[in-house]
Design a protein around this ligand. Structure first.
Ligand code: URA
Length: 254
């Protein structure tokens, strides 16, 4: 395979299928025991947006698909409300097998799954990563608190990463729901900025929504980019650096 082939949708798809097969065959931790199946993740191999949750729950374990229960419905609805279709993004989890009784994944389980997630990120090469909840937050923003940084995009490893609350937390704690919905409403503007920064084709008619959120997002990105440069955050990330920008994709969004 030549280097020129690495970024085509077919190659991305093949790489993702191989990663999913590896996940299904994985026995590196105890989680596989007692589950029905692995939940590798799903979506558009060519996605500009990758959403990363925590771990499969009961419904996901039954169906082998991520975010198909109540929090999944809420997530799908928030995507829709913001002009995004579930089939255009890619959805994965930090941990690929359901922890017993939905307990938190343990550090060695997260570690055992870490390379699968990193390989998925490399294969999809998304412009924007959205972390959902504290376990995916920890991969990109170690030591930071979701309550301090939610909704604030940051450039990490050449990508824009947006830390969001987990939809399940928002469903269980009413006060968080509005916070998550407000943060999610910034996503289209942030994606648009990331596209422009990457030299990809902007949306035909400029900003898709009202100028204000886009301007706010611009301000945020500039602030976090300056901060990251000042603090050397680019080099402290655990995420592999993004390769050179790809040519504009067929934009699936908005
Ligand atoms: N919660 C998650 O974090 N992931 C899923 O796939 C479902 C619920």
């Amino acid at each position: 395979m030549g280097m020129a082939d690495l970024g085509t949708p077919d190659v991305r798809r093949e790489r993702l299928v191989r990663i999913s097969d590896d996940i299904r065959g994985c026995r590196a931790c105890v989680l596989r025991e007692g589950t029905r199946q692995a939940v590798p993740g799903e979506g558009n191999p060519d996605a500009e947006i990758l959403l990363i949750g925590e771990a499969p729950g009961q419904n996901e374990d039954l169906q082998g698909r991520p975010f198909v229960g109540a929090s999944g419905q809420f997530l799908t609805e928030m995507l829709r409300q913001n002009g995004l279709r579930r089939e255009d993004v890619f959805i994965a989890n930090v941990v690929k097998h359901r922890p017993p009784n939905n307990r938190d994944p343990l550090p060695d389980e997260i570690e055992a799954c870490a390379s699968f997630l990193s390989h998925q990120i490399e294969a999809i090469d998304p412009l924007v990563i959205i972390t959902l909840g504290r376990f995916s937050l920890a991969k990109f923003f170690p030591g930071e608190k979701i309550s301090h940084i939610h909704g604030q995009p940051r450039k990490i490893g050449g990508r824009t990463v947006i830390p969001l609350y987990h939809p399940a937390a928002a469903l269980h704690q009413g006060a968080l729901r509005k916070v998550l919905e407000a943060d999610f409403a910034k996503v289209p503007g942030i994606v648009d900025i990331a596209r422009r920064a990457a030299g990809r084709t902007a949306l035909p008619a400029g900003p898709a929504k009202a100028d204000e959120p886009v301007q706010q997002a611009f301000g945020l990105l500039e602030i976090v980019a300056d901060k990251a440069a000042g603090e050397g955050l680019e080099s402290s990330t655990t995420v592999p650096a993004a390769p050179a920008p790809k040519p504009p994709r067929q934009l699936p969004l908005l």
